[in-house]
Design a protein around this ligand. Sequence first.
Ligand code: GAP
Length: 450
Amino acid sequence: MTATNMDDLVSLCKRRGFIFPSNDIYGGMKGLYDFGPMGVELKMNLKNSWWKSIVYERDDVEGLDSTILTSPLVLNHSGHEDTFTDPLVDCRNCKSRWREDQIENGECPSCNSNDLTDSRPFNLMFKTAIGPVDDGTSYAYLRPETAQQIFVNFRNIIDSTSRTPPFGIAQIGKAFRNEITPRNFIFRVREFEQMELEFFVKPGSDDDWHKYWVEKRLEWWSKQGVNSQKLKLLEVKKQELSHYSKATFDIMYEFPHGLEELEGVANRTDFDLGSHTKNQKDFKINSKVKENKDSTTKLAIQDLETKEWFIPFVIEPSAGVERGVLAVLNEAYTVEESNNRTLLKLKSHLSPIKAAIIPLKRNNHDLVNLANKVKSGLQSLGLGRVMVENTGNIGKNYRRHDEIGTPMCLTIDFESLENQSVTIRDRDTMKQERVSLSEIGNYYSNYFKD
Ligand code: GAP
């Protein structure tokens, strides 16, 4: 049985150190969460898996790590200052605030009053003062997407790597949105991480690349253990497209609270590079862009055959890390009533702990020494965190490691000291087998081969 409601996941995440409400001891803050000892590993493993598939396993993508604080000029020319808004409605009766699409039958969802204001655009960007004097003139935004810094670094990256389209720039990092109603645990939050690829292509080849990236991204989610039956592809209606998009496919997932967006794959055309480019009239820009007198740089490429300069189109797969973590946890959550246990059947590359080494008796010098030796050997293979559990309570350790998704537990007992072997218990089958110390390294590495 998999997770049926969000409460099961929230409770496991808190109990086992995956995710805590942020600023918890002061009552928490809405829409903000912290990742605990297990959560930080799971999140890092998911991000590493994305980076591996997008950057290392290909030869046409470069990486970037840019700043969060972003100049208002960037976010003005990108269109975010004017259009990155949600429609806000106030309830005059109970003073609560809602996104217009959350209001049904003209009633406040909190007090059922009909005394509501008309909706008005509310900009979702967080603004902060720069420098010691806060006189309102010197400010920056916390970026609402990582993408803009990729576009404004376009020239630096092509000049330093000699790339020509088709090629991409990838970035993983924080994004901030002042969501009107954050909700559904880590699904809609105000501070989150994105894994974004901006893939630059020749105009005309964009539709084919768009299809290519949708397929690639669906494949990747299924390799993370997300059941493809629970993924649905939704083409965003023309009237609902973001200001920069010609076409967007949303990869939707059946979260515990319903079918919602996990990742968006957009065709952003030449809108962004065109908006940020100097001397726009020198180029044939397909999208409607605002005049730019601020940029110092041409964000264009010269076609080596025709010698013509052109502004590439961009295909953008953009996934939320938190939504990915939620989907992966939801898929892995399993209750085995017959065995009276809850476990996370995580893909082994995502498991926060790769192996737990458990001496049979707490603080027994010889057993703990051997456990530490086994740990160092496995840890040095570089596949992730391996830990020694020196509590002497095997049953409790098995329960804990089942619940955090550790693929294997290795028990060091007195026989281990005599015949140099350990018992390995598999998380999913609960089968135990005796493996000699000289074989453990191979056994462990083979387990984590894709
Ligand atoms: N650069 C394109 C972009 O930002 P988006 O559809 O607004 O597009 C991309 O966001 C992804 O970021 C979403 O598919 C979602 O996974 C994640 N995301 C967006 N807003 C979020 C929020 N408030 N909380 C958690 N994740 C969010």
